[in-house]
Design a protein around this ligand. Structure first.
Ligand code: SF4
Length: 464
């Protein structure tokens, strides 16, 4: 069952979908259901433990703050990003947590000692996925409840089943064009004489009215634009200690000056600079814990907005174009969601930046008039040239190499689209074959290259 485009693109906070958005959602679910249960009034203490990649890089990825605010009932889409540090500081100072304070009329105030009750296990893993979390609640010495969740990428969270593996709840929705692979998607287009966004829209309408789909997608686009604006208007240094300077602010000013000259910008490669700017703006916002659209992850959140800004800036700026772009990118994302992984902790950066590039290339090809075959060709090329890409964030922060990697990924998406449009839809390598290759490559990749900050640039760049 293809996942909804409005679940693939969600509004959240930076810097990481799997390490920030997912943990906040899991903690919120645990707290809300605990407070609403008969055991709720008896809780005196809760404990959160993060395992695997979450334990190894959770500090740099903001996982601790996400868990604390999630336990207080905050949601990634609505949490006040400007107040995060102050809220977390208050919890740490007061040693008190208000369980589900946002969602419950009767939030429970419990003692919470961060040193004891928020544990990042750097060398311990849970069996079901590299991003595991266990939450435990007690009444005095009596254990009330213990639940384990996995943050499986893109902010998606699954609870552990009895055997320790993630439990996937079946989606009862019946959609008119179920597809799992690229071949399925192309078959649906051919049999019903539909474009890829038409297939995707028909499936979406099985879940919610067409008007809600449209509003939801335009809201996603609005937040992407707000994120770019925020990134372009903020200067200074990113948080976390690496002293990485924000560049989008100055670059935006320079590009605007160049393009306002009589006759326009004389640089024939100015379009590449704009793609770079839009991606940098989003990823600098993401790195500073700002509001971003997960697309399909936060580490790779700059690529799709960058390419969509390219479309509205240089090609066509109307609502239907934006909707078709996002539906097409979402259809490709749904294939990854069902047959692969978009988690850097599971398959490396090829699953994050590679997937985002693939989705953006598909969206661009669609709105440039490509056939369904050419759209899938573009998606294939977008991933093919990210195969083997490791995840090695310096200092465990989503900054180096992530921010520039999005700029390069956006440019690759445009190249992938143009290559596909120059072809006839026939390619040696299919989208399904390259996705299968990515998964095999990810399985062979050493753990140190999968969002642990123990390999690659992460160990060769000295933090100062
Ligand atoms: S290197 Fe890639 S996968 Fe790893 S945190 Fe950065 S963007 Fe995400």
């Amino acid at each position: 069952m293809p996942v909804s485009v409005l679940e693939l693109f969600t509004i959240g906070i930076g810097p990481s979908s799997s390490h920030t958005v997912g943990p906040m959602r899991a903690a919120r679910t645990f707290a809300a259901e605990l407070v609403a249960s008969p055991a709720g009034p008896r809780v005196t203490r809760v404990r959160a433990e993060l395992f695997g990649s979450l334990g190894a890089t959770g500090h740099g990825h903001g996982s601790e703050a996400a868990v604390l605010l999630g336990l207080e009932g905050e949601h990634p889409e609505t949490v006040d990003t400007a107040a995060t540090a102050e809220r977390v500081g208050a919890i740490r100072a007061m040693h008190t947590l208000h369980l589900d304070a946002v969602g419950s009329p009767t939030p429970a105030a419990v003692r919470f000692d961060p040193e004891r009750d928020l544990v990042l296990w750097r060398n311990r893993n849970l069996p079901g996925h590299p991003n595991g979390m266990t939450f435990t609640a007690w009444a005095g010495d009596e254990l009330l409840v213990q639940r384990t969740f996995y943050s499986v990428g893109g902010g998606f969270v699954l609870e552990a089943a009895d055997d320790g593996n993630p439990r996937v709840a079946p989606d009862p929705t019946v959609v008119p064009h179920p597809f799992r692979t690229g071949a399925d998607l192309l078959r649906a287009c051919t049999e019903h004489r539909l474009t890829i966004p038409e297939v995707m829209l028909a499936n979406e309408v099985a879940r919610r009215p067409a008007e809600q789909v449209r509003e939801g997608l335009l809201r996603i686009w609005q937040v992407m634009q707000e994120c770019v604006r925020a990134g372009c208007s903020t200067s200074g240094v990113l948080p976390g200690g690496l002293k990485v300077r924000r560049r989008a602010h100055r670059m935006a000013r320079d590009l605007q000056q160049r393009s306002s000259r009589p006759g326009g910008d004389p640089d024939p490669l100015a379009a590449l600079d704009w793609l770079t700017l839009w991606a940098l703006a989003v990823n600098e916002e993401n790195a500073s814990g700002g509001r971003v659209v997960t697309a399909p992850t936060n580490g790779a959140a700059g690529i799709i907005p960058s390419v969509l800004h390219h479309v509205t800036h240089f090609v066509r700026d109307d609502e239907q174009t934006v909707i078709d772009f996002l539906l097409t990118a979402g259809a490709i994302g749904a294939i990854y969601q069902q047959t692969a992984s978009i988690s850097g902790a599971e398959v490396g950066c090829q699953g994050e930046v590679g997937t985002a590039c693939s989705m953006a290339a598909a969206g661009l090809t669609q709105v440039m008039g490509g056939t369904p075959q050419q759209v899938c060709n573009a998606a294939e090329i977008g991933l093919e040239h990210h195969l083997g890409l490791t995840c090695d964030p310096v200092g465990g922060l989503v900054q180096i190499p992530c921010i520039e990697r999005n700029a390069v990924g956006a440019i690759k998406a445009v190249t992938a689209s143009r290559l596909a449009l120059a072809g006839d839809g026939q390619q040696v390598v299919s989208l399904d074959q390259v996705i299968k290759t990515m998964m095999q490559t990810g399985a062979d990749m050493k753990t140190k290259y999968k969002e642990t900050a123990r390999g690659g640039l992460a160990v060769n760049i000295v933090e100062c």
